[in-house]
Structure formats: structure tokens, C-alpha cells
Design a protein around this ligand. Structure first.
Ligand SMILES: Cc1cc2nc3c(=O)[nH]c(=O)nc-3n(C[C@H](O)[C@H](O)[C@H](O)COP(=O)(O)O)c2cc1C
Length: 473
């Protein structure tokens, strides 16, 4: 009886690959040089890096202009903003991040660090550092290579493109398949007998990943220069498959999301009121994006009653805080609070405002709240808006504020809704020299969080909603 064997051979002499190189021709030449032939049923494992290089998936970092989102993620992760920009452009979603770590769902569905963007073994071009992105479609790259090898040799081989990924529950990177051709990447063993004749019930083997990892052990990670490995003797199903077969559907992933799965709901549950900010300014572009997000909210009759005043100028913040503080003092004196209590509270609120890198005052225009459905300005001396119209204006502003808070979360900013202007709308209008029809509703403090705020729990759903559902729904 012959002992089962799996043979792995690193094809020697693969040169440094350049954009536009014909990988199939290079591999075939090196096979010939090494007196090796391809056999039916061989598996050729090719390192992602040389596929990316051959396909020109290289980018000089200095050609990249980071967006506001990249800048804030870069600040949080400590990564180069340009690198973060490249990563985000090739990603569908940021899955997790913290200092030094950026895990995303890459465009093709791989949940991995940095979207697989990497500068190891990537040469600078004309002195400009470059990074390599994953192939745009590694299944297609594998299929092309397989077809070229078959055309040249008449042999049917499977091709795997592999990369090294970290894994959430184990340390150490490991080779995984990111593209396959000529094989089913999974082997469904259900129904086959175990040693004792019992049928296996749930075993599905990730064959392509196992072979990718085996090849990776021979390729090495650094300067070994052995990016192509021939595997002979592997058992696999030659049925056509794609790497997507290896990706656990999101709805079947019990670990990925502690909250409902879409990016929007993720944001929704991440938002928290942030009351302490780092000494770091929020730039105008970012503030404009927040206002744009606010203005995307629904509004009654689409009247867009909201108005905003955005303040980062320290002198204006101080003027507003002083004026509001004086009004609070009067209110508290009327309520009979002891003097020291009044001063402590007034001092605290003063500092909350002047220590926030940005303040956004949100209100509505009383002219809009009373104008006809078609919208448009109404003279200031028009009849006061009806109570319901006014309520709708207030609701519309509230919707806009929530949009703004969510957008702030998306940008890595913290924000807090502060209701104080409700107690002194005239003082606020006056302090900021706003038009007479500006009805202040809330101040939103905005900045980069100094610390993660404590989470405030919500009441159980059954205490907040009445349900009238169809049977079986
Ligand atoms: C209408 C409204 C008024 C609020 N006013 C204040 C306020 O004056 N000061 C403050 O620190 N937080 C204020 N908040 C924030 C709430 O305290 C906060 O949303 C709530 O405690 C839940 O915490 P979370 O936002 O972290 O989930 C206000 C929120 C709303 C919706």
C-alpha cells in the first residue's frame, strides 16, 4: 500500500514581477527551466502580491488625497491618512477599528485588515512609495491564468490566488484563498462515513483555504521570493467554484455584528452623547458635511424649516456662553437656588460651551413654519404659525439634528444635543446676531471624543411599543 502524499514544490526563479508582465508565460518558462511539467489535477497557488503587481494594482501613496472620513479614521487608528483613504476606497464597510487596527470588509467581501492593501515587497516608483491593492477580481485573475496554462499545456489545473489574513479568534496570519478557478473551494463531506461508519453531518472542508495555507508555508512572507507553489496529490472537487463560496453570508455570521447588520444601523447603535472633547479643531469641510447631512432629513411639506449657526471662533463661543450664563443665573436666582450652587452650575455650562471645539446652534425659521405649503419666505409681521405647523417645524429640526449626530458618529466625531437655548432663545439670537425669525431649539456640541462615553441603556422594547400584528407575523 502506498502512503498518501501531498507534494508542494516552490517554482524556482520567479523574477520580480512588473505591471503588465505575463504571469502564465513566466510560470511556464520557470517550470520548464526546473524540468517540471503540469499534470491534470495539479493545483497552482499564486501569491496575491505578484498577481496585483502584474495587473498594475499599485498606487503611489502621494497621489492620494485623503477625505475627511479618512483623516478622522487615520487619527483614531494612528495610520497614514493616505493609506486609510486607499483602504476605504477599496472597502464596503469598516468592521472594527482601534489604534493600530483597521478591519474592513474589502470590496470583494473579504473581512481583513487594511483591505489587503500592503506595502511589503512593493518597490517605490521613481522614489515614490507605492502600495499594492488586492486584485480587482481574483477569481477572474485565477480563471485567466488557468485558461492560459491549459491552452499552453493541455493540462487542467486548478489555480488558487492566496493572501495572508489575520483571524479574529486566533493569533498569527495564515494563508487563505482570495481567488480560485477549476475547483470547488469547499468540499461538502456531509453524508460520507466517519471511521465508524457514521455519516458526517455538518463537515464542510475549506479545501481551497487549506491548500492556500499549505502553499503559504512554503512561500514564506518576506524575502523568500517563492510566490508560486505547485501542489500535487491534493484531493479536491474539480467542479467550478468561486471564492465567494468561502465567504460566510453575513446573516449567518454570529460574531460579526453585535447590532443589526446594515451600516446605517451599525452607526445608529454606535452613536452616543459625547460631552468631553480632545483639544483638536474640527475643520470647515467636516462641519459642512454635518450640515449637509442634517439638511437631508425629512421635513413637513419639505419646507426645510431648519436653520443652523456654526461657531468655532473662540470669542463668539465665549460671547454666547456668557450671555446664556447670565440668563441661567437669573432663572436660578428666581428659583431661589443658593449663590454658590448658581455659580457652580453657570461655570460648568460656560465651560461646556467654550471647551467644545465646535458649536452648532439648530433652530427653525418661524417664517417657514407659517408659510404656505409651496414654501418661501413670509414677511416677519405675518400671522403667527399655527401650533401644529410649529410642531412640525420643531419635529423637522429634531430629525435634522439626529442626522447631524449620526453623521458626526460616521466621521469619528462626538456630539451632544444640549437643550439650553430653549430656555433663552432671544438671548441666543441676540448673542449670535441672528435674524429675528430664528427660533433656537438646541445647541449641538461637536468635537473629537476625549474618551469613550459610558453607554446609556434603553428600556426593554415591550415597554416602548404597542404591537398589532397579523397572526404568524
Ligand atoms: C431633546 C433633547 C435634549 C437634550 N438636552 C441635553 C442637555 O441639555 N444636556 C446634555 O448633556 N444632554 C442632553 N441631551 C442628551 C441626552 O441626555 C442623551 O441623549 C440621553 O441621555 C441618552 O444618551 P445617549 O445620547 O448617549 O444615548 C438631550 C437630548 C435630547 C434628545
Amino acid at each position: 500500500m502506498t502512503a498518501p502524499q501531498l507534494t508542494l514544490i516552490a517554482i524556482p526563479g520567479i523574477p520580480l514581477i512588473q505591471p503588465g508582465d505575463d504571469l502564465a508565460a513566466i510560470i511556464l518558462q520557470r517550470l520548464t527551466d526546473a524540468n517540471l511539467n503540469l499534470h491534470h489535477g495539479d493545483v497552482l497557488v499564486v501569491a496575491q502580491k505578484i498577481v496585483s503587481k502584474a495587473e498594475g494594482r499599485l498606487l503611489p501613496l502621494d497621489s492620494v488625497q485623503p477625505s475627511n472620513r479618512s483623516l478622522s479614521l487615520a487619527a483614531e487608528t494612528g495610520k497614514d491618512p493616505k493609506l486609510v483613504e486607499v483602504i476605504l476606497r477599496d472597502s464596503r464597510e469598516v468592521v472594527r477599528h482601534r489604534r493600530g487596527v483597521l478591519i474592513v470588509e474589502q470590496r470583494n467581501g473579504f473581512v481583513c485588515a487594511n483591505a489587503g492593501v500592503d506595502h511589503s515587497n512593493v518597490p517605490a516608483r521613481d522614489g515614490r512609495p507605492q502600495v499594492a491593492l488586492l486584485p480587482a477580481d481574483a477569481d477572474a485573475s485565477a480563471a485567466r491564468l488557468r485558461a492560459q496554462l491549459r491552452d499552453a499545456t493541455g493540462k487542467d489545473v486548478a489555480v488558487i490566488i492566496n493572501d495572508s489574513h489575520g483571524r479574529p479568534f486566533r493569533l498569527g496570519t495564515c494563508g487563505v484563498a482570495i481567488g480560485v478557478a477549476g475547483m470547488a473551494p469547499l468540499s461538502d463531506r456531509r453524508g460520507t462515513p466517519d471511521l465508524f461508519g457514521q455519516p458526517l453531518r455538518i463537515t464542510t472542508v475549506g479545501t481551497a483555504d487549506e491548500l492556500a495555507a499549505a502553499a503559504s508555508a512554503l512561500m514564506g512572507q518576506g524575502a523568500e521570493g517563492q510566490p508560486v507553489v505547485l501542489i500535487r496529490g491534493a484531493a479536491f472537487d474539480p467542479a467550478p467554484g468561486t471564492v465567494r463560496d468561502l465567504l460566510r453570508p453575513r446573516e449567518a455570521d454570529l460574531f460579526r455584528e453585535p447590532v443589526p447588520p446594515s451600516a446605517v444601523t451599525n452607526l445608529l447603535y454606535r452613536r452616543q452623547s459625547v460631552r468631553h472633547y480632545a483639544h483638536r479643531p474640527v475643520d470647515r469641510n467636516t462641519l459642512e458635511e454635518l450640515i449637509a447631512a442634517a439638511c437631508a432629513a425629512p421635513s413637513a411639506h419639505n419646507r426645510q424649516h431648519w436653520r443652523f449657526a456654526v461657531v468655532t471662533k473662540q470669542a463668539v463661543k465665549a460671547r454666547l456662553a456668557r450671555a446664556m450664563g447670565e440668563s441661567f443665573r437669573q432663572d436660578m436666582r428666581r428659583e431661589g437656588l443658593p449663590l454658590h450652587e448658581i455659580e457652580t452650575r453657570a461655570g460648568r455650562s460656560y465651560h461646556r460651551l467654550v471647551d467644545s471645539p465646535a458649536l452648532i446652534l439648530a433652530g427653525y425659521s418661524t417664517s417657514d413654519a407659517g408659510s404656505p405649503v409651496a414654501g418661501g419666505q413670509q414677511p416677519l409681521n405675518a400671522a403667527p404659525p399655527s401650533k401644529i405647523e410649529e410642531t412640525m417645524a420643531i419635529q423637522s429640526v429634531a430629525a435634522a439634528i439626529e442626522n447631524l449626530l449620526l453623521a458626526a458618529t460616521a466621521f469619528g466625531l462626538g456630539a451632544c444635543w444640549v437643550c439650553w437655548p430653549l430656555f433663552c432663545p432671544d438671548v441666543v439670537r441676540e448673542a449670535l446676531r441672528l435674524p429675528a425669525d430664528f427660533q433656537a431649539q438646541a445647541l449641538i456640541t461637536v468635537g473629537y471624543p476625549a474618551e469613550a462615553p459610558p453607554r446609556r441603556e434603553r428600556f426593554p422594547l415591550e415597554t416602548r411599543a404597542f404591537w398589532f400584528l397579523e397572526e404568524g407575523a
